[in-house]
Design a binder for this molecule. Sequence first.
Ligand code: HEM
Ligand code: NAG
Ligand code: NAG
Ligand code: NAG
Ligand code: NAG
Length: 507
Amino acid sequence: MEDSRRFLRLMPLESFARMITEIFLFLVVVVLLFLLRNKEPPGAPPGPTRWPIIGSFSLASNVKDQLALIDKYGDVVSLGVGGRNFIMVSNYKLAKEAFSKTEMNDRPGWRVMEHLGDGKPGIIGRNGDSWRISRRFHLRNLRDLGMGKSYLADAIHREAKLLVEDIRNYTDKPTHFPQSINVAVLNVIWQLVASRRYDLHEAKILELLALIKEFQKNAKFVLLPDIFPWLNYLPNVLFKRLFKYDWREKNSVRAKAFMKEIVDDHKTNFDPNNPRDVIDNYLIELDKQKNETDSEVFSEDDLIRDIFDLFAAGFDTTSSTIRWASLYLASHPEVQKKVQRELDDVVGRDTLPSLLHRPRLHYLEATLHEVLRLAPPAISGAPRMSADDVHIGGYLISKGSTVFATIGAIQQDNRYWEQPEKFYPERFIDESGNFSVPKEGFLPFSVGKRSCIGEALARMELYLFAAALLQNFSFAPPEGCQINLDPLDAPGMMLPREQDLIITSRT
Ligand code: HEM
Ligand SMILES: *[C@@H]1O[C@H](CO)[C@@H](O)[C@H](O)[C@H]1NC(C)=O
Ligand SMILES: *[C@@H]1O[C@H](CO)[C@@H](O)[C@H](O)[C@H]1NC(C)=O
Ligand SMILES: *[C@@H]1O[C@H](CO)[C@@H](O)[C@H](O)[C@H]1NC(C)=O
Ligand SMILES: *[C@H]1O[C@H](CO)[C@@H](O)[C@H](O)[C@H]1NC(C)=O
């Protein structure tokens, strides 16, 4: 009796309490959602819904996603991710206009760009004076040591010859594109930076290249806390494990030791009157700076970070473009034949093509440009950050936004390109039958004051390596197979899939 009465009295009270709790929890969620909502600044360009916490689902990190967003929202799209404002610019003229503004010269200060994991970025990630001075230094060095000096062309020529000899070992059986291309390309940069070359199969350098590939693979984890800042509040042990910071700390020590050994070696046999390379010239600047006590823009650690960046920015971009070329030509035999006929006409078969032949190899240049158009290694360039409010195409880009140009999508924009999805080198040939680049819609090296500093070097390498390879070899899919031209699933990058090819010698 007593019990059941109490039961009757308690029941409504209990459900009342439960109801209160539920309402309370609901309110907490509403308030949290409100606090964590990802607000769009007024005047911002259109874009997908910004959900709380996660934001817009897409970061447009592949060309398909970029094209879909452009279809829906237009040339300038705003995305909110993790409380940050992202702007993607997909109109050639607007991208050029935006990236020529001084307020657009900064990078967003992401930790993923501190490649050696020691709290400071190299040239790719720096801002302000530190960036301006190091960019000027490296541009001057690339020009003085490389462009216009025949010894760089000679060095590339020598690498091309050794590469051709090496690739002869892989002919007439199914093979992935040989690894040696990576070392050959790296040897060219390293000639400028450190006056060194490595044997195409030297274990030490293959290990470092593998390590850098691994860095790239882990970048998507390292990047997460840059984009979702609240992840930084996770306990340190968990944080480091989840986002591969422990892996990076451990392995960047190896990369750094590799660079440091080369710098130390330069210090011990250094002649300031006869600088050999980038490192020697940097040591001279360091020396000069010692005498001017007030400024400290050069440091040995910065040198190590910069040469690591040149290494990382220079080898994979260039070598994957050559691998893309082999895949596109293997799947377009008529284009390959036409390139080879031109090489036979202009160069012949007895000597490797040189820079002297370049102005007459119109169809080869056109083909390399068509490869860079459809497979630009950096489909969104490298991120910029607006240092102030900026107006682009009538929209407000608020201070602190992360801005990128959709290079991959712009190069498939049908305002500039007819049948953009088609591999058709002839689009780079003008009425007189000569190679020429359309004025708009092509920007694989980005545009403006922070565009790629290695463009001239990369173009020279692409030409000399591709010409040597196509003079000597033909590429085809294995019997009964098709070439897979879908890129690897790597955010922001356009990398070819490893796959079997049949390489045949032309002699
Ligand atoms: C096919 C080859 C290459 C392509 C497609 C390429 C593309 C790019 C792109 C799109 C950017 C971003 C620029 C921006 O933010 O606007 C960049 C930056 C950069 N590239 Fe390249 N690159 C290539 C080869 C090289 C080579 C060979 C070097 C080495 C000398 C190099 C060194 C750099 C550096 C240091 C930056 C950062 C510039 C800065 O922040 O001021 N790149 N590259
Ligand atoms: C490949 O070719 C090079 C040069 O012709 C030769 O020295 C080397 O031993 C060959 N390597 C293999 C694995 O056959
Ligand atoms: C710096 O000063 C030292 C000693 O005063 C001098 O020997 C050296 O040549 C100077 N270096 C430069 C680069 O001016
Ligand atoms: C086309 O290229 C050739 C070199 O192959 C050059 O001699 C000629 O002047 C060029 N023609 C035009 C119209 O630019
Ligand atoms: C291939 O490359 C070599 C350089 O190693 C060159 O001498 C040779 O004539 C080239 N061409 C052909 C068609 O073999």
